[in-house]
Design a protein around this ligand. Structure first.
Ligand SMILES: NCc1[nH]cc(CCC(=O)O)c1CC(=O)O
Length: 301
């Protein structure tokens, strides 16, 4: 079976986790799964913000094509990097159990410990807005590239601090890096910490096999967060955070949108049934209805 993945160290680590989960579940030998690395435009273009160059499709379109053309049987993605609306032929077949969903601050123990007028490197509109909410004196500079590249920029003194997902650091064996940011300080991006596996909707055997290693709780929570994004018409231009967690058989869903300067936050929370995408979408739409015209405009681009 051929597993398609991007070639970044994080993507390769996630691909290995997925291959290992399949081998363990079915008792397959090492050679049963071949890893096929597909370079994506997102990996090639490093000097501009994702939002500027075409959004999340840059991480998926080459893998989508490899699936469609039968070069790979399934593709492994960070769910955070997978657009809300997928091509008709492609199905999210499974998700691995979710890791730590929180962000980590690297460069200081807490935001309050940063010097006056701190320079913070990130390319995420959500993180930039959440940082500015806490530290209006912060200056945000663009940090892109893989995890090692970003840590290298920090090391080189280009910024006082940066933010990375704990999940990515953990998967790269760098759990000791950075300080966990509490959820009430920074609600994570929709789908943060989740690894998803896609295949063709017409590939029945693959859908069935992948279903066997899927974590149903993670799947339902991440789908709820993606539905919030859909309700908002959100893209990677928009500062959006959402987190769903299982609670007594249902889902507790929290979400917020922020103005770029972090001075306006609209947040909401609801208990919804597992699988109720409509309720999650409605929560997203509700945020927009309560936003100022200026904030709403961020979502109409
Ligand atoms: N946008 C890049 C990206 N996509 C997924 C992760 C981390 C792993 C995850 O959230 O599952 C990262 C890096 C980061 O935000 O630190």
């Amino acid at each position: 079976m051929r597993l398609g993945t991007r070639g970044s160290p994080l993507a390769l680590a996630q691909a290995q986790m997925t291959a290992q989960a399949l081998r363990a579940r079915f008792g397959w030998p090492m050679e049963a799964i071949e890893t096929v690395v597909v370079q994506t435009s997102g990996d090639r273009i490093q000097d501009r913000a994702l939002a500027e160059i075409g959004g999340k499709a840059l991480w998926t379109k080459e893998l989508d094509r490899a699936l469609a053309e039968g070069e790979i049987d399934f593709a492994v993605h960070s769910m955070k990097d997978v657009e809300t609306i997928r091509p008709d032929a492609i199905r999210i077949a499974a998700m691995l159990p979710r890791a730590d969903v929180r962000d980590k601050l690297i460069g200081a123990e807490r935001f309050e410990a940063l010097p006056a007028d701190p320079v913070v490197g990130t390319s995420s509109p959500r993180r930039a807005a959440q940082v500015r909410r806490l530290r209006p004196d912060a200056r945000i500079i663009l940090f892109r590239g893989n995890v090692a590249t970003r840590l290298g920029k920090l090391e080189a003194g280009e910024a006082h601090a940066t933010l990375l997902a704990a999940a990515g650091l953990d998967r790269l064996g760098q759990s000791e890096v950075g300080a966990l940011v509490p959820l009430d300080v920074m609600l994570p991006a929709p789908s943060q910490g989740a690894v998803g596996i896609e295949t063709l909707g017409g590939h029945a055997r693959m859908l069935e096999l992948l279903g066997e290693i899927s974590d149903a709780g993670t799947f339902d929570c991440v789908m709820a967060e993606r539905a919030v994004l859909k309700g908002l018409g959100g893209t990677c231009h928009s500062p959006i955070a959402a987190l769903a967690v299982l609670e007594d058989g249902a889902i507790r869903l929290r979400a917020e949108i922020l103005s770029a300067d972090g001075q306006e936050t609209v947040a909401d929370e609801a208990r919804i049934a597992r699988g109720d995408a409509e309720a999650a979408e409605a929560l997203g739409r509700g945020l927009l209805e309560r936003a100022s015209p200026a904030l709403r405009a961020l979502f109409e681009a």
